[in-house]
Design a protein around this ligand. Structure first.
Ligand SMILES: Cc1ncc(COP(=O)(O)O)c(C=O)c1O
Length: 433
């Protein structure tokens, strides 16, 4: 019997629903205790890039667990050293040093603090503001949430959040030729905020669930980076969702010919095995901190610890050995070609994305791109119908104006087969019907 609140003592993520109990998982398939099989087309929350249930990865974690807890304030060890080295080999030359944490939200908070510390060490004490975009999502801890425009997450926490400046995010579906889509809006936002007070601009190179895998124009990051450079503003690339191969390159910024000053990784970095995230800082920042304070003024108990780093090490070695990032790239074409079939449904307004990351946006009117009425709860109802039909997708709402906007994300494992892609499209269509 599936336990539920209040009988079970778990404080579930939803107290108003019954969660089915998972007993096994392999590749893109999850099996519940009744033997029912689910095709995981979103890697949970866009995490399980290498698929589920890889025994060899589990073994690396078990081996690291034998070390027990090793504090990053007292020692180093092979898992953290080898992971940083493996990452450095696929990172650009200017971006080599990784600081490891647990969740994506923590890493975003740390990236913001690192940007602030850098400017303080450089004698620019007035620089503290971080400009983010609308819509966006950078995490659920208070500063990360302050930088996120997710109205339904923020609503009741308003008094606890900080005010940061923001700009409209690029929207190549509804407003391809706007100043938001070219990146030009950043100039005015920095000017209005007083450039001497702006420390950083944070943006996901390919936008995750908050804008449904929106891929900005090819000139967007060159333009925004030029603006940042001119005003001494650091660019923090949040690649918690779109990094580690998800878009067909190791890092999504590679599609745009730019290199961020600070890179944030999470989710796919750890294969879903343990909470591991990273803040990768460019050499100039690391050197500035080394010369002055001698350290990044931030500490968390689990940073740099063996088991979480082992999750990253096992995952990155597996991605490299199986050439899965290359595979993700080569599957982009067949994946998106098959997804186009969903356009036969009038409610499908847009299908977009990169690599094996896709967003399917639902609209009330395809010609005017009018969003669905929020009262219909279309994304939620669709997701639930798909789930009952054995297909796991990830919904998002509110990207159009904070309230309206219905979409779902697809992010299958990089090992997804053409047959599984057909199955995803078929079940998606059935749920829509
Ligand atoms: C782009 C982005 N940044 C940060 C986060 C926060 O990561 P976490 O949920 O691991 O705290 C997420 C999570 O979905 C994300 O998509």
């Amino acid at each position: 019997m599936t336990p539920s609140y209040p009988k079970s003592k778990v404080f579930y993520r939803r107290l108003d629903k019954e969660f089915r109990r998972v007993v096994s998982a392999e590749g893109a398939t999850i099996v519940d205790e009744s033997g029912r099989r689910y095709l995981d087309a979103s890697g949970g929350a866009m995490v399980a890039n290498v698929g589920h249930g890889l025994e060899e990865l589990a073994e690396v974690l078990a081996e690291a667990a034998r070390l027990g807890f090793v504090s990053g304030a007292q020692f180093t060890h092979r898992y953290v050293e080898e992971l940083a080295q493996e990452l450095a080999e696929v990172l650009p030359e200017s971006l080599q040093h990784s600081y490891f944490l647990a969740s994506g939200s923590e890493a975003v908070e740390a990236a913001v603090k690192m940007a602030r510390q850098y400017w303080v060490e450089k004698g620019r004490e007035r620089k503290w503001k971080v400009i983010s975009r609308v819509p966006s999502y950078h995490g659920n801890t208070l500063t990360a949430l302050s930088l996120s425009s997710r109205e339904h997450y923020r609503k009741i926490y308003g008094p606890l959040l900080n005010e940061f400046p923001s700009i409209p995010a690029p929207d190549t579906y509804r407003h391809p030729d706007s100043d938001a889509s070219s990146g030009e809006v950043l100039e005015a936002a920095i000017q209005e905020s007083d450039p001497e007070t702006v420390a950083a601009f944070i943006a996901e190179p390919v936008i995750g669930s908050s804008a449904g895998a929106m891929v900005p124009r090819s000139d967007y990051y060159e333009r925004t980076q030029e603006i940042c450079r001119r005003h001494d503003v650091l660019y923090i690339a949040d690649e918690v969702l779109c990094g580690m191969g998800r878009t067909g390159r190791w890092f999504a910024f590679e599609h745009f010919g730019v290199v961020p000053d600070i890179l944030v990784l999470g989710k796919g970095l750890n294969g879903g095995l343990a909470p591991l995230s990273a803040v990768v800082a460019k050499l100039e920042i690391v050197e500035a901190l080394a010369r002055t304070s001698g350290y990044f003024n931030h500490a968390q108990t689990y940073s740099h610890t063996p088991v979480i780093c082992a999750a990253g090490l096992a995952t990155i070695r597996y991605l490299k050995r199986e050439r899965l990032v290359e595979r993700c790239d080569s599957m982009e074409k067949p994946f998106f070609e098959r997804l186009q079939e969903l356009r036969s449904f009038e409610v499908v307004g847009d299908i977009r994305g990169k690599g094996l990351l896709a967003g399917v946006e639902f609209v009330a009117d395809r010609t005017t791109k009018e969003p669905m009425p929020r009262a219909d709860r279309f994304a939620e109802r669709f997701t639930s119908r798909a789930f009952d039909n054995g297909l796991i997708v990830w919904p998002n709402i509110g990207h159009v104006d904070g309230t309206r906007g219905d979409l779902v994300m697809l992010a299958p494992p990089f090992s997804v087969t053409p047959e599984e892609i057909s199955e995803i499209v078929e079940r998606f269509g059935q749920a829509l019907e």
